[in-house]
Design a protein around this ligand. Structure first.
Ligand code: B16
Ligand code: MG
Length: 220
C-alpha cells in the first residue's frame, strides 16, 4: 500500500530542466566549452557544483587548474542566469496532469514530499502556487550526497515518517531514478524509456501519470 509520493521538481512538476540547460549553455559558451542537449542529459538531477565539474571535465586538463574560488564564481554566474530565466514562471508552467495527480493524492490521503536537488525549489513552488500540496520539502543543503545517492529521497521519507518501502518516487532523470531505487522505493520515471530503464514504471510524459494506474500496476 502506498503511504507517500515523493516528487522531483525540475522536469517533473515543471519544465525548468530547459532553463537549467539554457543557463549552463550561456556559461559554457563564455568558457568556450561545447554544450548540447545530449550532454545536458547527464546534468539532470545533479547539483550545481557537481554539474559544473562535469562541464569543466571536458577541458583538456579536466578543469583541474581552476581554484575553488573561480569555480564558485562560475556556479554563481550560472545561478544568476537561471534566476533571470525563471523570474516569469507562474502556474501556467505546471506540467500537464500534475495538479490532477496532486489533487488525487490529497483526496486519497497520501502525503507528498519534495526531493529536489535545487536550491531554488522553494521559490519555484511559490511561483507555481503548489506549496499547499507539498507536505515536506527535503533540504538539499542538509544531505551529504546528491543524486544518484538516495539521501534526498530518504530525507523526505523520514520527514514524512514513512518507511521508504511504501514510498513512490517520481523522477525525470537517470540519476534521480537511481537515487529512488537506492532508497528502496518504487520508481516512476517520466520521459525516455531507454534513459530511465531502471525505473519500475515509466510514462512518456506527465499527463500520463495516474494514481489509480500506478496503484493497479504495483498490486499486480
Ligand atoms: P540549483 P531536480 C536539479 O533539480 C536539476 O535537475 C539540476 O539540473 C540542477 O543542477 C539541480 O537541481 C540544482 O539546482 O542550481 O537550482 O540548486 O531535478 O533535482 O529537481
Ligand atoms: Mg529532475
Amino acid at each position: 500500500e502506498i503511504q507517500a509520493f515523493i516528487f522531483d521538481l525540475d522536469g517533473v512538476i515543471t519544465d525548468t530542466a530547459k532553463y537549467h540547460y539554457e543557463a549552463w549553455k550561456q556559461l559554457a559558451e563564455e568558457l568556450g566549452i561545447h554544450f548540447d542537449l545530449e550532454f545536458n542529459e547527464q546534468l539532470k538531477g545533479i547539483d550545481r557544483m557537481a554539474s559544473l565539474e562535469k562541464i569543466l571535465s571536458q577541458l583538456s586538463d579536466g578543469g583541474s587548474s581552476f581554484t575553488l574560488e573561480q569555480k564558485q564564481e562560475w556556479a554563481d554566474r550560472k545561478n544568476n542566469n537561471y534566476k533571470r530565466l525563471i523570474r516569469t514562471v507562474d502556474e501556467s508552467e505546471i506540467l500537464p496532469g500534475i495538479l490532477e495527480l496532486f489533487h488525487d493524492l490529497k483526496q486519497a490521503g497520501i502525503p507528498i514530499g519534495l526531493a529536489s536537488a535545487s536550491r531554488n525549489a522553494g521559490t519555484l513552488l511559490r511561483q507555481l502556487k503548489v506549496e499547499s500540496y507539498i507536505n515536506v520539502i527535503a533540504d538539499p543543503e542538509s544531505v551529504a550526497h546528491g543524486k544518484p545517492a538516495p539521501d534526498i529521497f530518504l530525507k523526505a521519507a523520514e520527514a514524512l515518517g514513512v518507511d521508504p518501502r511504501y514510498c513512490v518516487g517520481v523522477e525525470d532523470a537517470e540519476a534521480g531514478v537511481q537515487a529512488i531505487k537506492s532508497a528502496g522505493m518504487f520508481a516512476v520515471g517520466v520521459g525516455d524509456a531507454e534513459i530511465l530503464s531502471k525505473a519500475d514504471y515509466i510514462v512518456s510524459e506527465t499527463s500520463k501519470l495516474s494514481l489509480s494506474e500506478i496503484q493497479h500496476y504495483m498490486t499486480g
